[in-house]
Design a protein around this ligand. Structure first.
Ligand code: ADP
Length: 261
């Protein structure tokens, strides 16, 4: 528990630092991008300098993407919550997920059809799912199995004893599991830090899990990481069940009951 507290505090201070830096950088990047566009427009077409300016523009765009991810981690992005069925969200991404995965990876879903509703920003949760799927793919260069599960979880004192990352409450759980290379203890303890990556330069930014962490925290949710070297990794995302949606749903459930004859 002590370790967890330290980790939470560490993430908080990294978040504050990253948020401040990202915000200032964003302003500078806007200036660089704006002036580069002006320079491209006023340069004579066909001059070599246009090519170099275009390179500057591309690098600036990439830097802007990184800072925007950092702002997500620091929870400085607005979220637009809607009532969401997480199963529908997962199935709506099936095509994209298939495109991301090579043939050597089998992907399978086990979805609880009675899943509770959550209040969530659809675009952001899609990003979380995609980041986790891409990480799972990268962890299985030789192929393997990728499983996406959903379930309703009531965390009580007993459950919380074995899942120390999650406080007591009602959650919708979605978990992404792979049969990949797994993570050492050292990697596990740093995996959510922004810019921490074990991948080569152009493959990883180290912002995938940090972004997931920021998004889930902003939703009032929690993340659990379970991993074993050479066996695989499971990331469990807990989103608080929407109690309001439960209530709103009740009358329509009653209306939908089959009428007696
Ligand atoms: P990136 O994927 O750009 O490296 P992430 O923040 O998504 O950044 O992940 C950080 C690190 O955590 C990865 O470099 C990798 O070492 C480890 N990691 C994340 N997901 C997995 C996974 N499913 N299996 C094994 N290692 C993982």
């Amino acid at each position: 528990l002590q370790m967890q507290l330290i980790r939470a505090q560490k993430m908080e201070s990294i978040g504050r630092l990253a948020g401040g830096v990202a915000h200032d950088f964003n302003n500078l990047l806007t200036a660089i991008s704006g002036y580069t566009t002006l320079a491209i427009d006023s340069a004579q077409q066909g001059f070599p300098v246009v090519e170099e300016l275009t390179e500057i523009q591309h690098a600036t765009d990439r830097a802007a993407m990184l800072t925007s991810q950092l702002l997500t981690f620091a929870r400085k992005q607005q979220i637009q919550p809607k009532i969401v069925n997480i199963n529908d969200l997962i199935m709506s991404m099936e095509k994209l997920i298939r495109r991301v995965l090579p043939e050597s990876i089998q992907w399978r879903t086990v979805l609880n059809v009675n899943i509770d509703l959550v209040l969530a920003d659809i675009g952001q949760i899609e990003q979380v799912l995609l980041n986790l799927v891409v990480n799972a793919r990268d962890a299985m260069p030789q192929g393997g199995n990728l499983l996406v599960e959903t379930n309703n979880v009531a965390v009580d004192a007993n459950y919380a004893r074995t899942h120390i990352d999650v406080p007591i409450g009602n959650y919708v759980l979605f978990a992404v599991s792979d049969t990949g290379i797994g993570m050492t203890q050292e990697v596990q303890s740093r995996a959510f830090e922004p810019f921490f990556t074990t991948k080569s330069d152009h493959e990883g930014t180290g912002l995938g899990l940090a972004t997931c962490y920021g998004i889930i925290k902003q939703h009032g949710g929690h993340i659990g990481l379970y991993s074993e070297v050479n066996h695989g990794t499971t990331i469990k995302i807990y989103l608080p069940r929407s109690e309001q949606a439960q209530l709103d749903d009740a009358p329509s459930l009653i209306q939908n009951l089959p009428r007696g004859t």
